[in-house]
Design a protein around this ligand. Sequence first.
Ligand SMILES: Nc1nc2c(ncn2[C@@H]2O[C@H](COP(=O)(O)OP(=O)(O)OP(=O)(O)O)[C@@H](O)[C@H]2O)c(=O)[nH]1
Length: 271
Amino acid sequence: MRVPEFFNTPLTCEISMNGTCKNTDHLREERVEDVAGGLLKGHLDLVESTDSTTEKSFSDNRSVSSSGSSNVQDTITTNLGESSDSFERHKSLVNVAQVLLESIGEDVNREGLRKTPERFAKAIEFLTSGYQQSVEEAVNGALFEEDVDAQEPVTVRDIDVFSLCEHHMLPFFGKCTVSYVPNKKVIGLSKLGRIVDILSRRLQVQERLTKQIAETIEKITEAHGVAVEMEARHLCMACRGVQKNNAVTITRSMRGVFKNNAILRQEFLKK
Ligand SMILES: Nc1nc2c(ncn2[C@@H]2O[C@H](COP(=O)(O)OP(=O)(O)OP(=O)(O)O)[C@@H](O)[C@H]2O)c(=O)[nH]1
C-alpha cells in the first residue's frame, strides 16, 4: 500500500506570530490516532493504491501555520472535512460503476471486472479533478516583472487538451495555442499548461473551455490581450451518434488587443 506523502515527511513546525517555532509532529500522530477517529484509516484501507489527487489533498494540507496552533487545528479539521468528502465521492463513484456494469448485463464478480468499479472511480476522479483545484494555487505566484517589448506576444503552441463533454460525458481532446501580450509581467510558461489542465478536467463544452482559458489568463497576468485557439475531436461525434471520426472542431477566444489589432490577430492565426 502506498502511503500518502504527508506521513513520510520530516518534522513539521508551527510558527507563531512572535516567531517562535515548535515541533508539531504530535499533531500528525493525533491526526491518525485520535482526531481522525478511524475515518482516515478507513479511507486508506479502501483507497488501497492512493491516486495522485488523494495524495495531493494530503500533502497540500501539510501546513506550516503562521498564526499559532489554533490555525493548525483548523487546518486539521478542514483536512478531515475534505478527506471525508473525497471518501464519500469515491464510494459513490464505485457504486455508480457497479450499477452501470449490472445495467448492461455484466457480472460484476467476474475476474476481469472485479477491480473495474475502483478503476472507473479513480479515472473519473482524475478527469474531473479540476473541480478540486484552484488556478491561483497552480500558478503559485509564478509571475515575473519583465521589461518586455510592447505589443510583442508570447505564444505557446500545441498544449495538449483532454476534457469531457458535458452532454455525453465522453472525452474531447486535441491541442490549444495560447498567446498573450504581457503588461509588465510574464507568467511561468508551464503555468499556461496547468491552467489549461485545471479548466479542462471538468465537464465542458469546447467553446466555454476556450473562453475560460482566455479569461483566466487575462485575469491572472493582467495582459494587454490574450488569444486562445483550440482544435479538438469529440468522441461523442466519432464513436457514436453522427459518427464523424475525422471531424475537428476549432474554437477561438480573443481578448484585449487581439480583438482590436488586426495585425496581431492575423499573426496569431497564421500557423
Ligand atoms: N457546441 C458544442 N456542442 C457539443 C460539444 N460537445 C458535444 N456537443 C454536442 O451536443 C449536442 C447534444 O445534442 P442532443 O441532441 O441533445 O444529444 P444527442 O441525441 O446525443 O445528439 P447526437 O450527438 O447528434 O446524437 C450534440 O450535437 C453534440 O455534438 C461542445 O463542446 N460544443
